[in-house]
Design a protein around this ligand. Structure first.
Ligand code: ADP
Ligand code: MG
Length: 318
């Protein structure tokens, strides 16, 4: 064979080898969707063990759901909610972890976030058709809400109610905690990168094989637009972290020309009255982000910004 032919052969071999190694090097992708926390949850992970990792991450998320679901008969939260006052109830490690952050944010937000809000939230029936409670009903329910009604002892890992009618609502925190757990599981399987989307609580880490620089770009949902629609100027770019949104468009009902949404101001018992439709928090932990997004929604722009700053979090009002 002449020199030129050898040369062509070498070039062809190099190209073929390049394609071959390119293909086997391509990260395996596995993605799945489950209905948990009353919303669709999606996990997409990359790497050899991506499938096993996602299955286990969902399994642990389902466990957290079954602990925290106040509507399930035998969940830990339901047992606390039906317990009498004055009894120290031991809590699981997961619940203790949630309550540690919840208590911290209750205190730092002057209880704009209040996990004892359940008696009021239940009156509004956001999980069903929705109804406007009477002022009298709200007043009565508010008597069971607030500081000291459900006391968490972080050393003994117990909770104790001081009123039979006090009830926990972890709707603003449990999904966030499950997201953190899911990421922990995915990392333990050694996946090279993943994105977790638990109904508005988004977490990512590692390499995004679909972007040139390996980073993740998360478009913030345009309030009241079809799901997935966002403005180019509202895209968060990050390598690792949590992007958590609380919005009025996720759960609301309209009555007599007025809109009633599911984020309640614990000072009034009525939906927090604000000029924006959503609050997004960008931080390391989605449990922290979940509590902060709800708290900051209630607090308003100035106090919300201050609270986010205290935790080194970015905050975006839309
Ligand atoms: P989403 O659940 O849609 O992600 P949030 O994280 O803001 O939104 O949580 C809202 C849920 O938290 C409500 O459905 C209710 O169960 C509960 N909740 C409502 N108001 C408050 C509040 N002020 N503090 C704590 N929890 C709240
Ligand atoms: Mg929240």
């Amino acid at each position: 064979m002449g020199k030129i032919k050898w040369g062509i052969l070498v070039v062809i071999m190099t190209v073929v080898a390049g394609i071959f190694f390119g293909l086997i090097n391509e990260k395996k992708e596995f993605s799945d969707k489950e209905f948990l926390f009353d919303t669709y949850c999606t996990i997409t992970a990359y790497g050899d063990d991506a499938e096993k990792a996602v299955v286990e991450a969902f399994s642990q998320s389902a466990d957290i759901h079954s602990i925290t679901d106040g509507f399930a008969e035998n969940s830990e939260v339901s047992e606390i909610n039906s317990a009498k006052a004055g009894i120290a109830i031991p809590v699981s490690d997961d619940l203790a972890e949630i309550l540690t952050t919840v208590t911290e944010i209750e205190n730092s937000s002057s209880r704009a976030f209040d996990s004892s809000i359940a008696p009021v939230v239940l009156l509004w029936n956001f999980g069903g058709e929705g109804r406007i409670p009477s002022e009298e009903e709200i007043k009565r329910a508010m008597a069971y809400v607030g500081d000291g009604k459900i006391v968490f002892d972080s050393n003994k890992k117990t909770v104790m109610k001081t009123d039979d009618n006090a009830k926990l609502d972890l709707g603003g925190a449990a999904k966030g905690y499950a997201g953190d757990k899911a990421v922990e599981v995915l990392k333990s399987f050694g996946v090279s990168g993943a994105i977790v989307d638990f109904g508005g609580n988004i977490l990512c880490f590692g390499e995004n094989p679909k972007s040139d620089d390996g980073k993740w770009r998360i478009g913030l949902q345009k309030p009241f637009a079809p799901t997935g629609e966002y403005d180019e100027k509202n895209v968060v770019e990050l390598s690792e972290g949590a992007v958590v949104t609380s919005g009025t468009y996720q759960r609301y009902f309209d009555k007599d020309g007025k809109r009633y949404h599911h984020i309640i101001d614990p000072k009034t018992g009525y939906p927090a009255n604000q000029t924006y439709s959503s609050v997004t928090i960008v931080t390391e932990s989605s449990l922290l982000g979940d509590c902060l997004s709800t708290a900051c929604f209630v607090l308003g722009r100035d106090a919300g910004q201050k609270l986010a700053d205290k935790y080194g979090a970015q905050i975006i009002f839309l």
